[in-house]
Design a protein around this ligand. Sequence first.
Ligand code: NDP
Length: 424
Amino acid sequence: NQKKLNWLGFQKKERLERIQMLKANGFLTDEFEQILKKNENLPLETANQMAENGIGTFALPFSIAPNFVIDGKDYAVPMVTEEPSVVAGCSYAAKIIGKSGGFTTEILDRKMIGQVALYDILDFENAISMILENKNEILKIANDAHPSIVARGGGAINIEVKNIDEFLIVYLIADVKEAMGANILNTMLEAIKIPLENITNGKSLMAILSNYATESLVKAECEVNVKLLSSSMETSIETAKKIELASKFSKLDIYRATTHNKGIFNGIDAVVIATGNDWRAIEAGGNAFAVKNGKYEGLTTWTFDESTNKLKGELILPMPIASVGGSIGLNPSVKAAFNILGNPDARTLASIITSVGLAQNFAAVKALVTTGIQHGHMKLQARSLALFAGAKGKEIDIIVERLLESGKSINLENVKKILEEIKS
Ligand code: NDP
């Protein structure tokens, strides 16, 4: 990807100009340019088929974080979020990290785990050895229940058994290819439930996919050139040291760890939603993984290398993301998001999303240890208030500018006063 990209002034452009820039930079085909220009959304008929008791569709802002460089490739990342500052923070981080060489990622594995919980087992030792003896037969039953995934080169590949308290838990591990795999695994698990009862003389309590996707771990890393952190080298080094400290702090105090990880998911969820994936699954898996060391910790690690003046960041978490299935393919906005990303396969999408999580964390932590989070936030808050007060077009920028200049509190009353001044 040698093309020189032009994102100059992207955040100040009009919506249609931004779409034009995406196109000019080669991130959009003609078909999806039209879909975005018309702001074509999920059709009502489709929405009605997707979930029960529908009364309409529900819209959220659809944005772009440009300047991502991931594994040597340029990306403009589609994000769906209602929270001000998220896209701005992510774009800022992507730019700095992009200038430092970008993100490198590694798919540590990509398999899904499901479980059948058995109880009323009289002889655990015997039950475990019976299951393991019949492993190939059980795997065959699982695969016969979902032959199409086998035909695609995937399917159930392993079985593990564990006794926890009164339960005998059978874990089924499957390669679900481009899918997230919940339906695939649930079908397989339900098929092996009765055979497992027969083999073990026990009863099955339930059979379900696990969202603790420890066999779908993805690692994203980056090395930030410290001199890009501020205009003075002294401040830059101090900031890098503080980011390292913030990462350490997030591993020691659960009150901070929770917020630290929420910040990571600000970015991750936005892309997961934009790409039609199951964000509850990604959140649940990520938050459970934060407890992998026995206590809840911040998911990212930042270390400052004084000898090279590099700030190294790392994020590892389960990322069982899909490029097919679920609502992907039903929603025109989701299809547009895939188009903007160059129609990535599931592995590439997992790399992109994990990198976004690391970027978002960098932006949040850097803001926290320097200017504080409210600095950027209040400007966006002022915009939201201006919108709420009924300001339109240029009025919004004027209100934000005047309010910030005045040093007055950013509240609805002051926003309304300025709006009245402008209109009078
Ligand atoms: P789907 O069943 O929607 O899609 C998977 C299907 O897509 C496959 O069975 C396959 O069917 C088809 N497909 C087409 N191309 C490929 C390919 N290259 N690789 C793999 N499959 C392909 O989705 P999932 O099984 O992924 O389940 C995800 C859905 O389940 C989500 O909507 C999620 O919200 C929901 N869910 C989540 C749960 C959880 O997280 N705990 C629990 C229950 C549901 P074929 O081969 O026949 O064409």
